[in-house]
Design a protein around this ligand. Structure first.
Ligand code: NDP
Ligand code: PYC
Length: 337
């Protein structure tokens, strides 16, 4: 039997919608969550594609997430758009606040979207890509659960805290990167554990603080930051900007709130949008050209831009559908029961 199964993107989307609604999620939330899960699978981001349905349904069944929460928008200052997700998943809150974020960025040059009280499980690149689609520069960050040790330590303090950035380009796809400030997303270690595969040294230490290649031991121990002290400082910055500054939980607070339920982390998210037209005025065209020169200097020597792999995967998936692990497909089918 083939260990993988081929699905069209419509089938992926339908499967995600069915699994979420069968577990009590309201239609608008389910549509937002299924959309981002389909995007993740389409772009071959396996840690944040269909695999995430297992965690979403676990979160719904834990009774912590409100699958019908109606996000509430406020604007404490012209440049700050706040959306209270009211203990729902983050994605409907994001959809609710994004148009006003972009409008205010165009008006003021720069604006912030603060999402509070949200359960967060998704990759950030769809969010900054949506900002770049509006011709704006986007930056996004969020904490998670305190799984990651600071450099020099061996106990979780930081979340896997992703940082994503998108720069709109006059032609073609935007320049986008999106990475965890841990050496790797936790989802990737979980996928290694599911498949009984070892992980590289440098991703995590075990519960005794010793470096490990055992994925299960890594999940029971602490993850490491990328780039040593540099990733550690960026992870701390994200706790401060997308936690303390916005009046929401840090990764340690989120983990304490979860109290072993195994739900998605509950915290906030910070997104910033910058309008190049406002920053550059009459110099818009040369400013954008400088960016193009930078990208050409990268690709001109054979290096690739971040997201190039993803954009290629997107084209392939739109043409051929996606291949998913049969065991994962069966686990998802079981969620429909
Ligand atoms: P990776 O280490 O796989 O990739 C990070 C970024 O680096 C991508 O933009 C990738 O582009 C780029 N990249 C990789 N290799 C190269 C290369 N050789 N040259 C140029 N660019 C390269 O990501 P992570 O494991 O750190 O994170 C995966 C996902 O997990 C992210 O989308 C993140 O948002 C998500 N996540 C979400 C969390 C949450 O709390 N919601 C927490 C942690 C992670 P490409 O994709 O094209 O390879
Ligand atoms: O993969 O680290 C991760 C993650 C945490 C929350 C969502 N994804």
């Amino acid at each position: 039997m083939n260990p993988s199964i081929n699905l069209s993107l419509d089938q992926v989307h339908g499967l995600a919608l069915d699994a979420l609604t069968a577990n009590g999620m309201g239609a608008d939330h389910a549509e937002a969550v299924a959309g981002v899960i389909t995007q993740g699978q389409r772009d071959e981001c396996h840690s944040h594609g269909l695999y995430r349905l297992l965690g979403c349904v676990r979160s719904l069944r834990s009774g912590k997430v409100d699958g019908h929460a109606v996000p509430v928008v406020s604007q404490p200052a012209p440049s700050i758009v706040k959306v209270d997700a009211r203990h729902g998943f983050s994605l409907l809150a994001l959809q609710t606040g994004l148009p006003l974020l972009c409008e205010q960025a165009r008006h003021l040059g720069v604006a912030a979207l603060v999402i509070r009280n949200c359960y967060h499980f998704s990759a950030l690149w769809p969010e900054v890509e949506a900002i770049a689609e509006q011709g704006l520069v986007g930056l996004a960050m969020t904490p998670s659960h305190a799984w990651v040790a600071p450099v020099g330590g061996s106990k979780g303090v930081f979340g896997t805290n992703p940082l994503a950035f998108a720069w709109p380009r006059p032609a073609g796809q935007p320049f986008v990167f999106d990475f965890a400030t841990s050496a790797i997303a936790r989802g990737d270690i979980e996928l290694h554990a599911r498949q009984n595969k070892p992980i590289p040294l440098g991703w995590a230490v075990d519960a005794q603080g010793a470096p490990t290649t055992d994925a299960q031991a890594a999940l029971a121990g602490a993850m490491q930051t990328f780039g040593g002290h540099k990733g550690s400082a960026l992870a701390a910055m994200i706790e401060l900007l997308a936690g303390a500054l916005i009046g929401d939980l840090t990764s340690a607070d989120s983990m304490a709130f979860d109290d072993g339920a195994g739900a998605a982390p509950l915290h906030g998210e910070l997104l910033l949008a910058f309008d190049p037209a406002r920053f550059l005025g009459d110099d818009l065209a040369p400013g954008l050209q400088r960016a193009e020169n930078l990208f050409a200097a990268i690709t001109g020597q054979g290096a690739r831009l971040p997201s190039q792999r993803r954009f290629e995967a997107r084209q392939r998936s739109e043409r051929d559908g996606v291949w998913i692990d049969r065991a994962l497909y069966q686990d998802i089918q079981a969620l429909l029961a």
